[in-house]
Design a binder for this molecule. Structure first.
Ligand SMILES: Nc1ncnc2c1ncn2[C@@H]1O[C@H](COP(=O)(O)OP(=O)(O)OP(=O)(O)O)[C@@H](O)[C@H]1O
Length: 601
């Protein structure tokens, strides 16, 4: 079936746009939790900070010959307390990160299901799936390590303050030694942003191409194209690899830069401070404590640098999520309370009515001033050459897209006045490939049925399509999952898809007839089922077979987006030259005969 698009959200105007993802705002909203994490982390770094001070006290006590028990006990307490607080802080952080990606994944999936069909297709299944995996992981990492940034800053400021308090001259030497490292880190962070941007979009592109290839796996194998497609995908993977290597090269500069700064600082401090200790101008205990703080300085600096790198990647992932959330949602239609929803119109109102309906795909007209009527009961066939606009008519009835002008009425009510749920609740749609969900027979059968029908009722529906015995014979009967080892044949799947129309019991059924050849048994069965459905409801079939139009009670002939004839088969044969030409040109496939070679039907 072709895809409606472009003017899709226009008619009712988009409903309220989805809220954009803003990681910072999300953290502010969870300030209670963030507060707990910060307090725990502060306790943890407090323990770490206290250790050298306590150790200096131990040295002083030993020098003075005082007892050291309580100082040692304090050191043990600080170390243990710091470790426990650190573990709790890490767990809380993970909880927040996991909670965030759970909510994001949920939103992405619901949003992808809620946007216009064409938007989902345009964005691509692989690209959208990459948001659930790669992008979500990056956001989580950004939150987890990003929260370490203020903690690293607090530890850093605390350490520097204590160092200044111990000896400001040695601190100046330390700062000078770290200045070069800081410049390198800032330059690296700047380049990383652009590289992460390319990596993340290319990974999504790769996922998109791979999912598309898997969708076409039988064709790829049939045409022995595994190597060719594998090479194409490999080339994209190689590009990603190159970009990731570039990012790795940049990232790998950070640790050595900081370690180098620390080593230079250590040498400078030992030379400068050591001389003063020998002179007696600097206390040995103070000097030892300063050196320990200097050794501790690298940890918060490394933490800050890695947080900044993850934040860069997280910001790119945030941008990708926002692209998903910016996809326009289908308009839910008027938010009518149940009591206000117009019921099906008068019993004689047509099932479908198009008044001067026009629709374009990206400014290319597909329907132009279409007027058509589908009677309340019976089989209506829509015929026309390939590209005439038949599938577009079905899309507009289902409101997969909305007309750029004109009016579509369903069961006597203008479609625009019906909430989307209500509109689709009145219609059963059977697509050309008789798509089934990868789920059980039961859930496939009850798709779109609001009640919970009993097994007897479901078997009665299956009996309508001659599938009851086949389903009883499945390992778990109605609860057998489809698509696995136990599956139905092609013809049985078609009948199961059609059985939905009996189960949902809607007044309107839309069927995009398969343009491929059905075997005569299945064709015969399908015709019989469609005939039975059409006895007490309206069935609209996009017809590709002569047999279908011959059976139809009403026929709509489309050509280049316009209706060029409506009526019964004998009436049209007698009155419409265009219809006769359509039959003569064998645009409709005769029963049980293969399509003429080169003929697109
Ligand atoms: N997603 C799309 N984007 C752009 N143009 C489209 C899209 N889908 C259909 N069209 C164009 O709209 C016109 C009507 O297409 P439609 O699929 O409704 O024809 P159809 O009669 O169902 O054809 P077929 O019998 O081959 O399925 C065609 O010119 C087609 O090329």
């Amino acid at each position: 079936m072709s895809r409606p698009t472009a003017s899709a959200p226009a008619a009712h105007g988009p409903d309220a746009p989805a809220e954009r993802l803003n990681l910072f705002r999300d953290l502010v909203r969870q300030r209670g939790r963030v507060g707990v994490v910060v307090v725990l982390a502060l306790l943890s770094s407090g323990g770490t900070l206290a250790l050298p001070m306590l150790m200096a006290q131990v040295i002083s006590a030993v020098q003075a010959g005082d007892p050291v028990f309580w100082w040692v006990a304090g050191m043990v307490g600080a170390a243990l307390g710091g470790a426990v607080a650190g573990a709790l802080a890490t767990y809380q952080l993970q909880r927040m990160g996991n909670g965030l990606i759970y909510r994001l994944r949920d939103r992405v999936m619901r949003h992808s299901l809620g946007t216009w069909v064409e938007e989902t297709r345009r964005k691509g299944a692989g690209d959208l799936s990459a948001s659930l995996t790669a992008d979500a992981a990056r956001v989580k990492a950004a939150v987890e390590t990003g929260l370490q940034l203020p903690l690293a800053a607090v530890t850093l400021i605390g350490t520097i303050t204590v160092m200044a308090f111990l000896d400001w001259q040695l601190l100046l030497i330390t700062a000078a030694a770290f200045a070069v490292a800081a410049m390198i880190v800032v330059a690296v962070m700047r380049s990383l942003r652009g590289t992460y941007l390319s990596v993340q979009y290319d990974v999504a592109h790769l996922a998109e191409r791979f999912v598309a290839a898997l969708g076409a796996i039988t064709i790829i194998k049939a045409y022995r194209a595994e190597k060719r497609i594998g090479d194409d995908l490999g080339a994209v993977a190689e590009r990603v690899y190159g970009l990731e290597l570039k990012a790795a090269r940049l990232e790998s500069l950070v640790v050595p830069a900081i370690t180098l700064g620390q080593q230079i600082a250590l040498v400078a401090v030992i030379i400068g401070g050591g001389a003063r200790v020998i002179d007696g101008r600097l206390d040995l205990a103070v000097f030892a404590a300063f050196l320990l703080y200097l050794l501790q300085l690298a940890a918060p600096l490394l933490m800050a640098a890695s947080s900044l790198a993850s934040i860069q990647a997280g910001v790119v992932a945030q941008q990708r999520f926002n692209e998903v959330f910016a996809l326009p949602l289908e308009s839910a239609g008027p938010a009518a309370a149940a009591a206000d929803v117009p019921g099906p119109g008068a019993a004689d109102a047509p099932a479908v009515r198009f008044d001067r309906v026009a629709f374009s795909y990206d400014d290319r007209p597909a329907l132009d001033g279409v007027d058509l009527v589908v009677p309340r009961r019976g089989l209506t066939a829509i015929v026309g050459r390939s590209g005439a606009g038949k599938s577009t008519v079905l899309s507009l009835i289902e409101r997969f897209a909305v007309p750029s002008s004109g009016r579509v009425s369903i069961l006597g009510t203008p479609a625009a006045e019906l909430p989307l749920e209500e509109l689709r609740g009145r219609i059963t749609f059977v697509d050309q490939t008789f798509t089934l969900l990868a789920d059980t027979v039961r859930s496939n059968l009850t798709l779109g049925v609001d009640r919970v029908p009993g097994d007897d009722e479901l078997y009665a529906v299956l009996a309508e399509v001659g599938l009851d015995d086949a389903v009883r014979a499945l390992p778990a009967g109605l609860d057998t999952p489809l698509g696995g080892e136990t599956d139905l044949s092609g013809g049985q799947r078609q009948r199961l898809a059609l059985a939905r129309a009996f189960a949902a019991d809607t007044p309107l059924v839309l069927l995009d007839e398969p343009s491929s050849q059905l075997d005569s048994v299945n064709e015969h069965r399908l015709r019989g089922l469609v005939e039975r459905l059409a006895r007490d409801r309206a069935v609209v079939v996009v017809a590709h077979r002569l047999s279908t139009v011959q059976d139809a009670d009403h026929i709509v002939v489309l050509d280049e987006g316009r209706v060029i004839g409506q009526g019964t088969h004998p009436h049209l044969t007698a009155t419409s030259a265009a219809y006769a030409a359509l039959l003569d040109g064998q645009m409709l496939r005769p029963r049980d005969e293969p399509a003429p070679e080169g003929q697109e039907v």
